[in-house]
Design a protein around this ligand. Sequence first.
Ligand code: ADP
Ligand code: MG
Length: 259
Amino acid sequence: MTLLDKGDKPTGGGRTGEPLVVLDGVNKWYGDLHVLQDINLSVREREVVVVIGPSGSGKSTLCRTINRLETIDSGSITLDGQLLPQEGKALANLRAEVGMVFQSFNLFAHKSILENVTLGPIKVRGQGKAEAETRARELLDRVGVGHQADKYPAQLSGGQQQRVAIARALAMNPKVMLFDEPTSALDPEMIKEVLDVMVDLAEGGMTMIVVTHEMGFARTAADRVIFMADGAIAEENDPESFFTNPQSDRAKDFLGKIL
Ligand code: ADP
Ligand code: MG
């Protein structure tokens, strides 16, 4: 009863809701390379899915198809029941609903931290400057860099810049957040501060697809681990089962190398 009172659907473990991102029979080729092979994946509201797998297995391509930085050759991708738009304003709106955080933080070097976060809401969402700034400051506080708002990206550490990149994506009120190896370019001492922000987001109910080899994060935050090999989903399971008892030889081999 309590779950239903909060608007949750009585599905799965109770925490997650309706399918939000659905890939159905997705295939993609780069020339002769079959980079995504018949991908079927349904990510529910509030679900956190960690994607792992060897370099070149198609993890980044998978992420990039979901906000249509890449096209697909067959199959379909829907976000909240709608097919991904192909172009124009509808595509810009879609990109706003799918927040993306990359390995390289990709902040605008010549804009202040605050401007980095307000730009999208003002340009794409049509928010007023004052409203956008108030929200940006809240988000910067939330990721722990509120006091850096008037600085420029180069004045911040890598970990701080990546947290700004997360705040910038959140400012668009995305339905889902994609993270593609968000801590891979960071010095070791900065990894935790970024993962802590991601765990906080996950606990707050954000729907997340996270490419990462950070097993601690996967164990703490993931509902499900997807293991990719050669462009296909080779295995999927809850994190505990996947890490302690991988089924496929590819997954065993991969975990043997990284753990
Ligand atoms: P991962 O993120 O798992 O390391 P990627 O999705 O980046 O893998 O790449 C999957 C495969 O597709 C790799 O073999 C890569 O070289 C190839 N690839 C990626 N982007 C392109 C592209 N734009 N053109 C041709 N091949 C590409
Ligand atoms: Mg990649």
